[in-house]
Design a protein around this ligand. Structure first.
Ligand code: CA
Length: 683
């Protein structure tokens, strides 16, 4: 074991990260306006490589919530809309920053115990005077965009007791608003639902994986499930776990053809040998599916990772574009999903046009363009017990938005690079908790020193990729992996934030850095560009969080800080106040001891706690465990883990999962880690 083992910690993070809405140029006033095509291109050209050094803060708003900010704001008719953690919507005067209204759907915070990856939201949709919110707890809500008044609200979860959550943005397709959800790590069955934009009445629902009872659902997906999907699954754990296949983001709509595209997530459990006896392609996991937006009727699909087993979701943002390939105009759909290959498909037929690695890939040698299937490395399915795999389960590209510039012909991918040590192990189904089907205990050896070693092989790149030439034109290296989404603009400037809080501008042609702003808090969202009264603005949500924040030590150690919407312009002179310096609780009193087994506690911690509290218990995002009052007595920690006393703050109970001995062993391990803590650990 070594540094590779500690990256096992990440495997729990199969999570639905979600992405943001769409948005983009000022010309595309709605997120799904035909010219937008989810290209996230800001057509405004006032800010250029020559003057971007004059960019400054024009206005900002600080929110009173402090989890991750992943939303892409939406500009429409002088108003800037956004959504924060806990699905709270805001409308601002886009020029002055004056708050016009806000809407808090009052999501119960204990809902976070049923979700993998923070209470984030990737965006809202605005269309024909209505704003659509897909709330974390499954409600789809239509608001009057002018007043913020609620028009209708419908529940999209088929069963609200199941660990479903929504972090993705809703999309509008004609008179439908369409939402998916996350939850595949915990064990649910994936689907998307379309509602009538006027009435909120359910229009159709499309399930992505079979009905375990072997019955039709009475939904539009019944026929294609019977024709193509059901036979691609074999007996296995999926009949208990739901199989996964959640659609937590990655959607796009072409109004010309009424085709609605969505990407399908990973299976549950991840391990295909347990899930489906190692047999079958397991449709529609890790696939792009095209349906009719109006009816949900199946049209085509392309599966990127057959027999998905590594959390290789196809839920990363989708993008539509018209490219010239081989001298011919092609209407394409593109994606840079977790598995590391950049896919270009004909969006009318689903024909695979190209698939090339945009990052280091060792699970497959390439994609056979004739069959559309990957040429797998035989070791990747862990026949030898383990495999050091790249990309890992956080992917070569995560939830972050990317962008396309029709001026340069390049797409700008927030790539990330992190190897993962996969190991097979025993597995039992634990309802309401992570159900991966892999052995996470390797992370028990994680120490701050090993994490520093692991970081030498973990980074992020901004990759400018030519989808026609099928290669990178330039790259910019970031210090940490998992950075912000990108925006390309008509002025030939590309913007991207980083996980350590830098907001940067680059020349779109050659990647030269042009400008930098220290936001004081990590950035994972993507900016947008808009113009009011002939002046160009760049708007960005700032606030670190999401799954990458859970693995502190491999990502920057950051406490939770209030989110901010920051809006920049060429003559901006506003100074945002610095965030208060983090004040940690005092170290544990030396009188705090435990008779528990430290070594056994390390294994139990790795198997149950690492997904949210990070390897070596370093992450301070959810709680500062190394200084936590809950570690001071057996009764205190017992209350949290066995009785769920912190459920209202999103800490799930482990009732019936961890016994008293295991709980005390965890306490012994965390106390031991606290005693060994040194200044600079995890930095
Ligand atoms: Ca996942």
């Amino acid at each position: 074991m070594g540094w590779k083992a500690v990256t096992s910690a990440l495997s729990a993070l199969g999570l639905p990260l979600v992405l943001a809405a769409c948005g983009g140029g000022d010309k595309a006033s709605g997120p799904l306006a035909p010219t937008a095509f989810e290209q996230r291109f800001g057509a405004e050209s006032q800010i250029t490589p020559d003057n971007v050094s004059d960019l400054g803060l024009a206005w900002f708003h600080q929110f009173d919530t402090d989890r991750g900010q992943e939303a892409i704001p939406v500009y429409n008719d002088g108003v800037l809309y956004t959504v924060t953690d806990w699905s709270i919507v805001y409308a601002f005067d886009a020029k002055t920053g004056e708050k016009l209204w806000s809407f808090d759907p009052q999501v119960p915070h204990d809902r976070m115990t049923l979700a993998c990856c923070d209470a984030v939201s990737r965006g809202i949709a605005v269309d024909k005077g209505k704003l659509f919110l897909a709330a974390y707890d499954g409600r789809v809500i239509a608001l009057d965009a002018k007043s913020g008044k609620q028009l209708w609200s419908e529940q999209s979860f088929i069963d609200t007791s199941k660990p479903y959550s929504i972090t993705g943005a809703p999309r509008v397709a004609g008179n439908r608003v369409i939402v998916g959800n996350g939850g595949a790590e915990f064990g649910v069955r994936g689907y998307i639902t379309a509602f009538d934009t006027e009435t909120g009445k359910k229009a159709w629902r499309f399930f992505t994986v079979p009905n375990a009872a072997g019955k039709p659902d009475g939904e539009i997906s019944d026929q294609v499930l019977a024709d193509k999907v059901n036979a691609s699954w074999s007996p296995g754990a999926w009949t208990t776990t739901g199989g996964g296949g959640t659609v937590w983001d990655g959607m796009a709509y072409d109004p010309e053809t009424d085709l609605f595209y969505f990407g399908v997530g990973n299976g549950n459990p991840h391990n295909y040998k347990i899930r489906s006896g190692g047999k079958g392609d397991n449709l529609f996991l890790s696939s792009i599916v095209a349906v009719k937006g109006s009816t949900g009727e199946y049209v085509w699909h392309y599966q990127e990772t057959p027999g998905e087993t590594w959390d290789y979701t196809a839920t990363q943002p989708l993008m539509l574009a018209d490219l010239t390939i081989g001298g011919k105009p092609r209407k394409v759909i593109m994606q840079a999903p977790k598995n590391g290959f950049f896919y270009v498909l004909d969006r009318s037929t689903g024909e695979l046009l190209s698939a090339d690695a945009f990052t280091d890939v060792n699970w497959a040698k390439g994609i056979d363009l004739k069959t559309g299937k990957p040429i797998e490395n035989p070791d990747a399915r862990m026949g030898k017990g383990s495999f050091d795999m790249i990309p890992g389960p956080l992917g070569g590209h995560g939830a972050q938005n990317w962008s396309y510039s029709p001026n340069t012909g390049l797409v700008y991918i927030p790539e990330q690079h992190l190897m993962h040590h996969y190991a097979v192990g025993k597995w039992t189904y634990e309802p309401g908790h992570f159900n991966i089907g892999f052995d996470l205990s390797a992370a028990a050896v994680a120490t701050p020193d090993l994490l520093k070693e692991a970081r030498k092989n973990a980074w992020g790149d901004l990759v400018a990729w030519d989808p026609v030439a099928k290669k990178a034109k330039w790259k910019v290296r970031h210090k940490w992996f998992y950075n912000g989404g990108t925006l390309a603009t008509g002025g030939n400037v590309v913007f991207q934030g980083s996980s350590d809080g830098s907001f940067n501008a680059y020349d779109a042609t050659d990647g030269k850095q042009l400008w930098n702003y220290k936001a004081g808090n990590g950035i994972i969202a993507a900016p947008i560009s808009y113009a009011v009264d002939g002046k160009q603005y760049i708007a960005l949500m700032v606030g670190y969080g999401g799954p990458s924040a859970f693995v502190g030590g491999l990502t920057p150690l950051q406490p939770r800080r209030p989110g901010r919407l920051m809006v920049f312009a060429l003559d901006g002179k506003v100074q945002a106040p610095a965030y208060p310096v983090e004040v940690r609780a005092p170290p544990l009193d030396p009188s705090v001891t435990s008779k528990g087994d430290i070594k056994a506690g390390a294994v139990t911690f790795a198997q149950n706690c690492v997904p949210c509290h990070g390897p070596a218990a370093l992450s301070r995002y959810q709680a500062d465990l190394l200084r936590s009052g809950f570690m001071t007595s057996p009764a205190a920690l017992h209350g949290v883990l066995a009785n769920g006393t912190e459920k209202h703050r999103g800490m799930p109970p482990f009732t019936g999962v961890l016994n008293d001995t295991e709980i005390e062993n965890i306490r012994a391990y965390v106390i031991d880690r606290a005693r060994k803590e040194k200044p600079g650990d995890g930095q």
